[in-house]
Design a protein around this ligand. Sequence first.
Ligand SMILES: [Zn+2]
Length: 154
Amino acid sequence: MSKSNIETAQALTAEALGLNGDEWEVERCEFDVAREELSVFLNFTGQRSTCGSCGRRECKVYDTQTAKQWRHLNFLHCRTMLRAASHRVSCPSCGVRAAQLPWARQRSSYTLGFEYFVARLLGANRLPLSAVASLVDEPYARIRRLAAHYGKPS
Ligand SMILES: [Zn+2]
């Protein structure tokens, strides 16, 4: 793939994820053929960010945390993971707190898109938890916790 095609693919991926181009960029994508897993590596490029506790915007970045991963919706039937080092902000109201990430809730290892997909399967489609866990290839206990967060009966 040419450099311009890679840049176009990264820009499309960032747009598909709803990332603000001023703060987050798609650094690279890697496909693990053996595991059939796509990894999208994200890099924070901003100087200021939103407080994850109170939602205050434009807080100064305090530090960077270790890299984490979030399960996202499958891409072309392949498991897709977002990988990034999250960061903390120095919030004038709250102190040092984890920054709000545009793609996930605090302390969740799933993206919002993945969570809404699961919630829809459980809610509108009324699939049982075990069927949803099997369908998305995630442990039953984790899907049960996710369902509880969204107020779905287990
Ligand atoms: Zn705050």
